[in-house]
Design a protein around this ligand. Structure first.
Ligand code: 13P
Ligand code: SF4
Length: 301
């Protein structure tokens, strides 16, 4: 029996749903029940009535699933699937930052640990960060963390007073305005779509047609009639784009934009995870209860 067939059989036997992020390996995306961005997958995890949720993504996504749907068993097929951006701030650092800004509203990007989320007032993803910031009363100071490029982009779009944590995603940070401008020159006329984690997303705006979450980029890819589209994000997304719209050429801005964490999970890991119920992601209930408030605001936005 093939590996794919094994995974499909085990999913049924274990009463499991398989969620995969847009950056996952193509073969993992192809057997998933749902593929999408972090907001979409959080909602799918929250709504799931299956006993087991297998998260083919990174650890903070699996923790979010567990917090939003605590009675389910959540499995992350490889524990090395972390996130450099989520590691950019600890709960202790956040407590110190809050102490320096009493009364400020804390907005944590979903790319954070459960402990950091427990210290936040709101969570957001790249697809609803602007909406979440707009929910905060205009007279309140905002602490936004941990991605400074997303934060700067949202600050520019909303005109709000926001203090930004100095963190970034190493995969996106190198997709700078200069890299984007060069791609524009080399591919005249091709629309360029970019993830807001890209280096200086706000300064790159003159070179960018749309700043979008990964699902926003997928929708754009599905609908475009352009012969070529330039894509500024992790290259795993190209698989879905090419399948959804074979008549457009999707060209990465940088073919080396590969997130090593998102590539940790292989199809064999997914099979073994289902077969051996590993690795179970748990969040202590005190942390989960505090983090749930800010996450529920995120999924509702
Ligand atoms: P999305 O929510 O846009 O999928 O982004 C998640 C992420 O980790 C981007 O690096
Ligand atoms: Fe984290 Fe960056 Fe990888 Fe996304 S692409 S999971 S932000 S390291």
């Amino acid at each position: 029996m093939s590996l794919e067939a094994d995974v499909l059989r085990l999913k049924d036997e274990r009463d499991a749903v398989l969620l995969a992020h847009n950056y996952q390996r193509a073969e993992v995306q192809d057997v998933a029940d749902f593929v999408g961005d972090s907001l979409y997958l959080s909602r799918k995890a929250m709504e799931s009535d299956r006993s087991v949720i297998v998260f083919a993504g990174v650890r903070f996504m699996a923790e979010t699933a567990k917090i939003l749907n605590p009675s389910r068993t959540v499995l992350l097929p490889d524990l090395k699937a972390g996130c450099a951006l989520a590691d950019a701030i600890t709960a202790e650092q956040l407590r110190d930052w809050k102490a320096a800004h009493p009364g400020a509203v804390v907005i944590a990007y979903i790319n954070t640990s459960a402990e950091v989320k427990a210290e936040a007032d709101y969570c957001c993803t790249s697809s609803n960060a602007i909406k979440v910031v707009e929910q905060v009363p205009p007279d309140r100071e905002i602490l936004f963390l941990p991605d400074m490029f997303l934060g700067e982009y949202v600050r520019k779009r909303t005109g709000r007073t926001m203090h930004l944590w100095v963190g970034d995603c190493p995969v996106h940070a190198k997709l700078s305005p200069e890299v984007l401008a060069r791609a524009r020159t080399e591919h005249p006329g091709a629309p360029l779509i970019a993830h807001p984690e890209c280096g200086c997303a706000s300064q790159a705006l003159p070179h960018v047609d749309r700043v979008l979450s990964t699902d926003g980029m997928i929708r754009f890819a599905e609908e475009t009639r352009a012969p070529e589209v330039l894509v500024a994000t992790e290259v795993g997304i190209l698989h879905r784009m090419r399948r959804l719209n074979p008549s457009t050429r999707f060209s990465p801005i940088d073919g080396g934009a590969v997130c090593p964490f998102m590539k940790e999970i292989s199809l064999t890991d997914v099979r073994d995870s289902l077969a051996e119920r590993r690795y179970v992601i748990d969040v202590p209930s005190e942390t989960a209860d505090r983090a749930r408030r800010s996450l529920e605001r995120m999924v509702a936005a």
